[in-house]
Write a protein that binds this ligand. Structure first.
Ligand code: TYD
Ligand code: MG
Length: 457
């Protein structure tokens, strides 16, 4: 008999307590702790049997001849494959999170249909929608004829039994993990114990049969994948699907990836025929740009291996408040504070009595320090009321001394900017590249004072 016990588990972060509390000490959430009874968390038919001398060890070097690059199954959707690192890996588990209605089910249906049309066995298990609803969506996407196996099922044991019939599927989609329940655990569906138990069973299935499994996970209001923080550690890759309601485009981003990069993004547009891939995101992010308006600068950024141009907008206005406002969308608050301090200390700007707003147009989130120079240019331009030349891009990292440092992938950034019709780039040029030929003329600067002087002039 498995030992039965009662535990109090935080539904936000999975922390376990032996009595009820109002506030979770681990994540600080209020009223998130729920009593769950479970037979021991690892209970499964296999774990109750004592195994005798079953473990095997392998010398590390003996494996190197057998294991090559993980075999990939390309989904046929280039933007999705870019994020996974070239396709799904056999026997791997991907958790995909995103707000309700962002298009997770749509994306996965498109991927499922694409693989099924190539002759792979693909199972789409919906715990949220009835078969008729899933079919309706497939029809709307023009994919109703794809031989995807559909099931509306929430019991993990039944799902695994169905999938174990015949050849194991190449890809199985579980939409969503929060609706699944397993008989080995007594808690209600959606609780941490259930989610973890169900995920464990599905992971075991994936690893033994070589099926790539995608788990859809809901996110809470602050963007965390709800409940299964624990699941994030169990899976091979965690991918988030974001976007914002005022725009039609969606960004797929790997948060964790055991088999590929985590800095690539996939860009899609939601249309009435499902998600359309965007091959050239720069055109999208620069569309509708206001030319020659003070306070806007174009940043030549990199997302993984792909250059992406975006517009950075700043508004610097006299403040009526005792403590002026600083507000940032799509960038880091602390980075803005640093740039403002450098502009004051070394650029001679007076910003202490001004509200400052910074926005990355189009809803993209930028993490690169290379955006410092573009942000600084937008700020100086807004404060001075002088518009920046509309055929110029900016990139470079700002140091606390006011020095501007070169950044990586200079050639790629310049090439992309030239392709989109830009003529000048304001950026520091690393010493080893001073004699190189560039796709467009870098207007080399080395210090923040050069930037301020060039804009005010
Ligand atoms: P869905 O994939 O159901 O989102 P999720 O699974 O992440 O909750 O997407 C639902 C939204 O997408 C819904 O608001 C309608 C919209 N949509 C389109 O605009 N075009 C389409 O072709 C489809 C299928 C959905
Ligand atoms: Mg859905």
């Amino acid at each position: 008999m498995a030992k039965r016990s009662s535990q109090f588990i935080c539904q936000e972060c999975g922390a376990v307590y032996n009595r009820w509390k109002g506030k979770c000490e681990a994540c600080g959430g209020w009223n998130t702790i729920v009593e769950e009874t479970s037979s021991s968390p690892l209970a499964g038919p296999a774990s109750t049997r004592p195994s005798r001398a079953k473990g095997r060890v392998f010398p590390f070097e003996s494996l190197s001849g057998e294991i090559k690059e993980a075999p990939r199954i390309p989904s046929g959707i280039a933007e999705l494959d870019r994020v996974t690192g070239g396709g799904f890996v056999h026997g791997s588990i991907i958790l995909i999170g995103g707000d309700p209605g962002i298009g997770k089910s749509t994306l996965l249906m498109q991927a499922a249909a694409s693989l099924a049309q190539k002759g792979h066995r693909v199972a789409y298990i919906s715990g949220e929608e009835a078969i008729a609803q899933v079919r309706l969506r497939a029809e709307r996407l023009g994919l109703a004829s794809a031989p995807v196996e559909l099931a509306a099922e929430t019991n993990v044991e039944d799902i695994i039994a169905t999938m174990s019939n015949g050849v194991p599927p190449t890809l199985a989609i579980i939409d969503s993990i929060q609706t699944m329940w397993t008989e080995t655990v007594e808690s209600a569906p959606g609780t941490v114990t259930q989610v973890r138990g169900s995920a464990q069973a599905l992971i075991r299935f994936a690893k033994t049969k070589g099926t790539a499994v995608i788990l859809v996970g809901h996110v809470t209001k602050d963007g965390q994948i709800a409940g299964p923080r624990v699941v994030e550690h169990m899976v091979d890759a965690v991918v988030s699907f974001d976007g914002d309601n005022s725009h039609h485009f969606r960004i797929l981003r790997a948060v964790k990836n055991r088999f590929g990069p985590t800095d690539e993004i996939g860009v899609f547009e939601m249309s009435d025929q499902g998600l359309r891939e965007i091959e050239n995101p720069s055109e999208l992010f620069l569309a509708g740009r206001d030319h020659a308006v003070p306070g806007t600068a174009v940043f030549a950024g990199m997302e993984g291996t792909r250059p992406v141009l975006t517009e950075i907008q700043a508004l610097v206005a006299p403040s009526s408040l005792g403590t002026p406002r600083r507000s940032v969308i799509g960038w880091d608050n602390n980075r803005l504070a640093m740039i403002l301090a450098v502009l004051e200390a070394h650029g001679g700007l007076k910003l202490g009595m001004h509200d400052v707003y910074l926005n990355v147009a189009g809803g993209l989130r930028i993490n690169e320090p290379a955006a410092d120079l573009a942000a600084a240019a937008a700020l100086v331009s807004s404060l001075s009321g002088a518009a920046l030349p509309s055929d110029t891009v900016y990139f470079g990292e700002l140091g606390l001394s006011g020095a501007i440092r070169p950044v990586s992938h200079m050639q790629n950034r310049l090439k992309e900017a030239a392709k989109l019709g830009f003529r000048t780039a304001v950026t520091p040029v690393p010493r080893q590249e001073r004699n190189e030929k560039f796709a467009l003329t870098p207007n080399a600067i080395g210090h923040i004072t050069d930037l301020v002087a060039s804009i005010a002039a």
